[in-house]
Design a binder for this molecule. Sequence first.
Ligand code: NAI
Ligand code: MG
Length: 502
Amino acid sequence: MSTATMTEVWHPNVGTFVAQTRKMLINGQWVNAQSGKTFPTYDPATGKVLAHVTEGDKADIDLAVQAARKAFEQGPWRKMTSSDRGKVIWRLADLLESNLEEFAQLESLDNGKPLTIARAADVPLAVDLFRYMAGWTTKIEGNTIPISVPYMPGAEFLAYTRREPVGVVGQIIPWNFPLLMAAWKLGPALAVGCTIVMKPAEQTPLSALRLGELIIEAGFPEGVVNIVPGYGETAGAALASHPDVDKVAFTGSTEVGKLILNAASGNLKKVTLELGGKSPSLVLSDADLESGIPGVASAIFFNHGQCCAAGSRLYVEKSIFDTVVAGVADQAKQITLGPGMNPSTQMGPLVSVEQQQRVLEYLESGLAEGAEAVAGGKRRGDQGYFVEPTVLVKTTSTMKVIQEEIFGPVVCAEPFQDVDEVIQKANNNIYGLAAAVWTKDLSKAHRIAARLRAGTVWINCHNIFDAALPFGGYKQSGWGREMGHEALDLYTEVKSVCAKLA
Ligand code: NAI
Ligand code: MG
């Protein structure tokens, strides 16, 4: 591990931001929790406290929902033209872009990810998402519909649909891409005119709170976006079960996704869920290995494997299995681990001591059941939450490591003989978030893509995300889609208006 002292100098705003206890955003004001409580957020590279954050729970969620309701029913937000709504969202994108370095540093410090990645991916993707959604505000259209009404012969009607905002939305987001997940959720909800109460993950609340400051600066009316940091079991649960919330959108574990669904049943609020994955990478014998080997390695090691679409099952055609596994193991061994803020770091620590423990338990279980680590396999160093990039072989279909989401830098490699067999293996999982196919035979690739039960299939690439491309899961990977115009549909209700012409 790189232990060189940090050469990156903190952006001055970052120092000021983490030095003060961060308040929550309710009705356009920065306020303390009703309980007066705060909680710490840690630097995962050292385990030391990075900042203190006010701890919201049910009482604060109630106030935030009230503010969002008022902003939805009475505020200027609903009366604004769609063009003006688009301009405010675009302004937020501009502000975020002009503060890119500060956001990248906050993200790296709070989450542990390399600063280089936060700069190149997390922040620019969030900027782009807001711009994409800003463009949609003027294009949320209904239809005019010719109706026949057989029981009223001769009568004439004008019938049309309107797409209206679903209302007050609760958004609960995870810690793996804190700013980007906030953008994925806020963007479409704002574009259609909803109001929002967002609960960031307790591990990584800082970038969402800083974004709250830009939301005020951009000119969103008070109460349109409320941000309440706190724990899942308290603030999160209160939001998911709140009787005056019209929809809840959640990203996180499948286990909590099911809790959200139960909590939402009280008032039958709409639910969208983006949950876990165990995405397969399929490498065929005719694949270009020069790009394929680094491709399948980065599929799992990007963001330390803490990526819902991580390519965590690697299926390689038998004739090239040894070559590919050796290549991926080699890549794993070459990755420079270190604090995210170090310029030379390629992989940072996992987000929390709990996540590190969870990943190490999976490694123990896999090795105890007969898997073998050809790279990595254990914790790295004794400070911070580092785990070695790991390649497991000799896994079998019944092992926990091949069935369950590990959410760490661990890939299981298995050989296959033919396409039917690998499709069966790839689909043999409770999840269906993403998959990748590596081959030079594009006809074959598209045929395989059609047979994979996954919300996204990448061909000769992995982890390609774009604001315009819908993302979400089949099976237990979730309900609904993020991004693209599909996301907008899920934040609207369709109203049918039918007028009888005189
Ligand atoms: P989690 O599902 O507990 O946390 C995600 C969000 O849900 C956080 O904001 C959390 O505060 C909130 N939450 C937790 N319990 C809640 C409840 N009862 N009601 C309402 N909100 C609640 O995920 P966690 O514990 O951080 O990680 C556990 C595993 O979940 C990971 O190992 C990984 O497998 C998976 N995960 C998947 C993610 C994805 O992108 N699909 C993101 C984060 C975690
Ligand atoms: Mg949890």
